[in-house]
Design a protein around this ligand. Structure first.
Ligand code: ZN
Length: 298
């Protein structure tokens, strides 16, 4: 089982964020840990605080007439009718549980008038969690692909079913270093070329070992110069020395339980966002301040 560090409680959250201003103060500290800087020019040389407008500053470095900005400028919280405290609550709800929370549940708990508001917020937050600059995986790396979504009754056999059984399921491929970092991607289709491209993107050339199951997708990795070994799940072989896929299996089950159990399936269009959310949560599982890190991304 993948272990997750305990996050702040609802009581602690409410104590930390009694008002919108408390949230803005927190955001200032998160955005600018070394003091407020102009979001346009990055400088703090000619910055003044606009006392008449709380949480607003003016920069005279990048504009002679003064560029005015608030703490919300350039964040997903800008130009929405949703209060920062509501945004914070939704981020807290989404990311502090293991399996996420559906927009319908957010609408219910938050008392939003429309489902679309909850859906809009969760998608905006997820989009900020996509990590374009990860470091390539090293050490021993496990790789596996899976299918999520769809209404296939035979869910347990999904890995083996190629053809009609996976017609309305969407493939996701993942690679995880035994040291802990995970990279996962939603794919349009799965074939050797796509798997190779993913491995080149996610895995360092200096990797010690790539462990997979017997899938043909990975069968020719050794020939391509990748140190590779596989276990044969079809024949009941799950562990052979340090060759196994138990770490990536842990992520796969979190993803599948989350997509099915929490989100009751997702559309193909938004699957990459959900995968990003699960990847982010997994990679932050020992981070005691998941909420704060997420706010820092937004
Ligand atoms: Zn400026």
């Amino acid at each position: 089982m993948t272990q997750f560090t305990r996050q702040m409680t609802v009581g602690q959250f409410e104590e930390l964020f009694p008002t919108d201003d408390a949230c803005k103060m927190y955001l200032v500290a998160r955005r600018w840990p070394n003091g407020v800087h102009c979001p346009r020019c990055g400088s703090d040389a000619k910055l003044s605080y606009l006392k008449a407008r709380p949480f607003h500053w003016q920069c005279r470095n990048c504009s002679g007439t003064g560029y005015r900005f608030s703490v919300l400028v350039g964040t997903i919280f800008e130009n929405t009718k949703i209060g920062l405290r509501d945004w914070f609550r939704v981020i807290y709800m989404m990311l502090t549980g293991k399996k996420g929370v559906a927009a319908l549940e957010i609408q219910r708990v938050m008392g939003f008038g429309s489902y679309e508001t909850a859906l809009y917020m969760t998608h905006r937050i997820r989009a900020e969690l996509v990590d374009p600059e990860f470091r390539k995986l090293m050490g021993i790396v496990e790789i596996d692909e899976t299918y999520v979504g769809g209404k296939n009754k035979n869910r347990h056999a999904d890995k083996r079913m190629v053809g009609s059984g996976v017609a309305n399921k969407f493939p996701v491929i993942g690679a995880v270093s035994r040291k802990g970092t995970l990279v996962a991607r939603a794919l349009d289709s799965v074939n050797v070329g796509v798997a190779d491209a993913f491995i080149r993107e996610a895995v360092s050339e200096k990797v010690d070992l790539v462990a997979t199951d017997e899938s043909g997708l990975y069968a020719s990795l050794s020939k391509k110069g990748v140190p590779h070994a596989s276990v044969n799940h079809m024949r009941g072989e799950y562990v052979r020395g340090n060759v196994h896929t138990q770490t990536i299996d842990g992520f796969r089950s979190l993803l599948k339980r989350g997509i099915l159990g929490t989100f009751h399936n997702v559309s193909k269009k938004y699957l990459p966002l959900y995968v990003a959310e699960f990847e982010w949560r997994y990679n932050n599982r020992t981070n005691a301040d998941i909420f704060g890190s997420a706010v820092g991304c937004c």
